[in-house]
Write a protein that binds this ligand. Structure first.
Ligand code: ZN
Length: 273
């Protein structure tokens, strides 16, 4: 990647709670502050989930719009909204913010998978419907793959012309009940990607730090943030999302990499801007 690495911050997620880490940003104001602190620390992409007034996950376009408006006043970070939503959301609920807001980027889940004691459902017809909406609005998908089979499912959409290059994958590893993060598993995932695809490694829980090193070793990109992991080290909660981004950026710099800016990513991934 020309010596540059891209850091995504997933600052809130759908399932993380303030009980797990009191520093979790939940309101649009808190999310905007966290996003811009993360941006200053080196994140060029924000993976965005929002919550309702009770702190529960919502796909309400109005709440997304409010958070994005506040972010835009403060910083230039790329906003990648979730279309994964929360466990149990219908496909139409999940798509609403994509359709109404038409962001630069959004996540696109590439298959069905265990998610702890729950599961995430994405049939091929649902994935095709999502991909058509992305294509029509020129929204760059992050193709989230929780399993090797998901990469092959995404390649079916590539063959069908539903996905347009450059491709950006999110390799989600260590979700309980799905593929654990190991260097071998990451290598196998990487080998299955379409030629020239970019990929971000998302290590959940205690795999977050090893997955960051794995990303660097395989020429991939990094995602950190409270959606994936609320700890800084064993038993020590992270003080903020920015603290996690700052460490990731430090590791990358020590490895001789430059941290990509949001405008670098707009150019690499050919975003509509
Ligand atoms: Zn997410």
């Amino acid at each position: 990647m020309d010596g540059k690495i891209v850091i995504t911050c997933a600052c809130t997620g759908a399932e993380t709670t303030k009980a797990q880490n009191p520093a979790l940003p939940v309101t649009p104001e808190e999310i905007a502050d966290a996003a811009c602190e993360a941006w200053l620390a080196g994140a060029s992409i924000l993976h965005l989930h929002v919550r309702d007034e009770n702190g529960n996950p919502t796909q309400s376009p109005a709440v997304f719009r409010k958070a994005i408006g506040l972010i835009r006043r403060k910083c230039n970070i790329i906003v990648e909204i979730t279309t994964g939503g929360a466990v149990g959301d219908t496909a139409e609920e999940r798509l609403r913010p994509l359709i109404e807001i038409e962001p630069e980027m959004a996540s696109l889940d590439c298959g069905t998978v265990n998610f702890g004691n729950e599961y995430i459902t994405n049939t091929l017809p649902v994935m095709r419907r999502f991909a058509e909406e992305f294509r029509a609005r020129k929204v760059r998908p992050t193709l989230e793959c929780f399993d090797l089979g998901h990469i092959y499912a995404s390649r079916m959409l590539v063959k069908e012309g539903l996905l347009i290059p450059p491709y950006h994958y999110g390799l989600v590893m260590n979700v309980p009940g799905a593929v654990p993060y190991t260097a071998d598993n990451l290598e196998i995932f990487k080998r299955a990607l379409p030629e020239g695809a970019y990929f971000t490694v998302m290590g959940v829980g205690k795999s977050s730090l090893p997955a960051q090193y794995g990303a660097i070793a395989t020429n991939g990109w990094i995602r950190v943030g409270f959606e994936d992991n609320v700890y800084f080290s064993k038993g020590v909660l992270a003080k903020s999302n920015a603290e996690l981004v700052e460490r990731a950026a430090g590791i990358a710099r020590l490895s001789g990499l430059e941290i990509a800016t949001s405008d670098d990513v707009r150019s690499i991934l050919d975003l509509k801007g």
